[in-house]
Design a protein around this ligand. Sequence first.
Ligand SMILES: [Zn+2]
Length: 427
Amino acid sequence: MEYTQSRQIWVMTQEYELVHDPIHECIIPALSGRWEEEKKLFGHTHRIEQATLKDGSVLFGIAYELLSHRCVTIRRDFFHGILGILKTDLEESALSQDFNQAMQQVAVSCLKKGDFSPLLMIPATAQEELDERDLRSTGYMDICSWGIGEERSPAKFPNIELSSGSPVIQVECIGTVKSIWRLLPEELSHERNLTVLLRLVLEITGPKPEDFQTAVAVRLLGQEIEKVRERMLKENRTEKLIQLLRRLEDTSRGGELEHGVASEIGETLGLTDLSLGGGHHRVVESPIGFMFSHGGTMHLSETGVMVVVNCMHCHQPFPIRAGLLKPASSLIGVKAYRIPGLRYRFTHQGGAGFLLQDGKMVGRFIWGIPTCSCPRIEQVKVNLDDLPLPKPNTYNYGTDDGREWIPMDIEKRLKVNVWTGGQTHAS
Ligand SMILES: [Zn+2]
């Protein structure tokens, strides 16, 4: 059902009949019929309610996002609201009067139920304080807090322990950050910049087509690995990619920059193909186009980078796309962890994870699928004392000064300055 403002909505049934009074002729009879069916199935109305509550668990990240769009004006109301949406056993009266501690209590109760979304929230200190005018339209500091959708598959190791109030979780260490490269979506649509990126990836992965296509199409641009493999098997694309990579390699060795090679590689991988819509995201956009919209937002816009991570066992390097919350130069050497099994709407299976520095999340990624097969499950403690907090919306409604409202860009919502002095990479 879609929201619409027309006063002259008519409904057409599957049998192509127009209905003049849809509420009484269609919706109420359909609801009543369904209700009777459910009653027969469950035997009692109370059992239907219980089943609804049980199945309706909502993620911490989603509940936060829902509430923050609704401009709750009294700060404490946020906690009544979030506990109601989360359907947790935790009561508001049991929460600390300190907002930060109360938020941690809520987050920990979610983590105990296997909801790992608090670990991927954008910390409060990384976000700009909003003024009254911004709060008027956006409510809490919300836009860059979640955005990666509902859970599709749970974490493989859902059990957590607590150490001094902080969760200790089982995650997979991908390796340590070796270098970080600037990676703006708009740069990918220019031949010269795409050439620079593809050469870089080629240097990291080598010319093996499977490794190269996984790095570019799956880890950096979010396409589904099965679909990429399927595509490459058709129309001799793998052979074509091998030849194109040879040409790219030649130019990397000091040869002349051959115009068009990068675009051809992009086309072969489907990076500009509108039907591929950023893989599983089901949107009519090309994988590169998706990075201009929600794909870019999820990677925190201007702070989106390519991080090269080295496995600590086999020393193989892997590029992954990540959104950073600290200057790039301060993150060389930090460890990257992925959460096995976990999948959200916009992430790959097991592709979501974070960079951790001194127990704090300092960057997150969503397409960092398994790399080499070295064993490396670790127990890590993640500090949750910097979760985004509700801000009261103090905008004085009814006294509009007539100034034009300008939506705030996501990069202005983040305090992070990843690059300094024209720098484009850190290693
Ligand atoms: Zn390895």
